[in-house]
Design a protein around this ligand. Sequence first.
Ligand SMILES: [Zn+2]
Ligand SMILES: [Zn+2]
Length: 137
Amino acid sequence: METEQRATEAVELMRSAGLRITRTRRVIVKVLAGSDRHLSAERVFTLLAGAGERVDLATVHRTMTTLVELGLAHAVNTPQAAVFGLTHRPHAHAVCRSCGETADTARLEPPGDAPPGFHIDGMVLQGTCGRCTRSPL
Ligand SMILES: [Zn+2]
Ligand SMILES: [Zn+2]
């Protein structure tokens, strides 16, 4: 239900932003909405291909960029690739330095002492994820 709702919301926002709702855009948004993790364009491409959707990687990249520009999705740079999540509430991210696993934190609490002139609208916490902590190289 939550997935459907988030996907529907994003599609509605795309529509009100004047974007044509193509099948490709719809399925990409659905994949993002259905994932509790942030996904790279490559991962979205693989998931869609696995589900029998014929979408090329360049289109996935382009769609991600469009979604970010519209504020419907947000990108986080990890050591491996940029990963994307649908934007549904302000949140900070924790990124694993080792494998790039990215997780949302429950809340966004920007520091009160941002450098002069900076508008802070995102935060990235760096560290090591549970999996990497358990299995050191
Ligand atoms: Zn990790
Ligand atoms: Zn996020």
